[in-house]
Design a protein around this ligand. Sequence first.
Ligand code: SF4
Ligand code: SF4
Length: 421
Amino acid sequence: MPDPRPLSAPESFHVLAKPTGPICNLDCEYCFFLSKESLYPGDRFRMADDLLETYVRQLFEAHATASEVTIAWQGGEPTLMGVDFFRRAVGLTARYARAGQVVHHTIQTNATLLTDEWCELLAEHHFLVGISIDGPPSVHDRYRVDKRGNPTSDRVLRGLGFLGKHGVDFNILCTVNAANQDQPLEVYRYFRDILNARYIQFIPIVERDNESGFQEGDRVTDRSVDPGAWGQFMIDVFDEWVRLDVGTVFVTQFDAALASWLGIQPALCIFGETCGNAVALEHNGDLYSCDHFVEPDYLLGNIRQSHMVELLASPKQRAFGDAKRDGLPEFCMICEVRFACNGECPKNRFTLTPSGDPGLNYLCAGYKKFFTHIDVLMAMMAGLLRQGRYADEVKGVLARAARNEPCPCGSGRKAKICHGP
Ligand code: SF4
Ligand code: SF4
């Protein structure tokens, strides 16, 4: 641990550790990780045990005064490391955590390799497991295929069965892409009613069409979500959620939006004013500015040579995070929903504003539509919370609306054809 701790180091930060680098047992067509293999030619892509210990030790040293620490694994497919690697990881966290410090274990997986043995470990240590699934098999299997091009939904559902059997908490990570963008309610209801999911995050696929696999160029593949369809997808899910599911189903984007309407920092980095506190750790100790920027220009250093807190505090990483705010075009600066959107993620800012300025988010049209649509009901929920009441009271307000009166959502339409009963 550097002595003293650098002043520019964030109090707390998030590391996405990738013990197998980009290596995965599947071959999802839109996956941006797979092309990253070329960064490390000839590599075995397995995190060594001594590096695992260095990582865990540094993470806890950097959070010595924090009451909670999250240790997060993703890939590629992290379960390819085998159960014993994670047993060692859990053992190390127990060794380095301070007495009384709460440790949260999370892992993101495609679920296809989960077994009883896996789920016993995950249950014992209360892992929160993020499952990548894009909806019912008919849409999930469109792009999420294995190395032979075969569908994977049956194996994902088998993995989910193991999680359920052992009582492991899971959340759904659903990409929204060209194949499912027009089926928001089918997708949402499948997760809520068939998979019994209570935590859901939607992730728009914006896949650059280039040879490098890096964040460059301004063309997207035809698998990418359409900006307007993305906005409508989120609107349709919101309209269902706000009538029926507030307080029982948690959609990451809606939680983040509510935080913005309350004037507090959303937990989702893409909607923050600045970023830079969520780094990616490769299998060999290389630390990158963000999981979406595992590219040579964004390599901060290697944790075998430099403590990760020094790399987080480095001028390069602070500038990376500040650029999210400082790089916004004027069009965003005067936007009415900037407080909630903040130009979203810099990785998607490759289009022009109406006046021709660079740096506008590809998804702008969708976000403008979505955040404008939810304004009145978000303000209502934020108001309830400020009064010490519960956000889910909004469901009652909508259910009690007179059918032929204007809908409480502010749309100007009659309640019966909007959010009303
Ligand atoms: S670049 Fe995007 S994903 Fe990465 S930390 Fe910043 S906002 Fe988050
Ligand atoms: S909605 Fe569009 S203009 Fe407004 S902040 Fe987001 S990206 Fe910028």
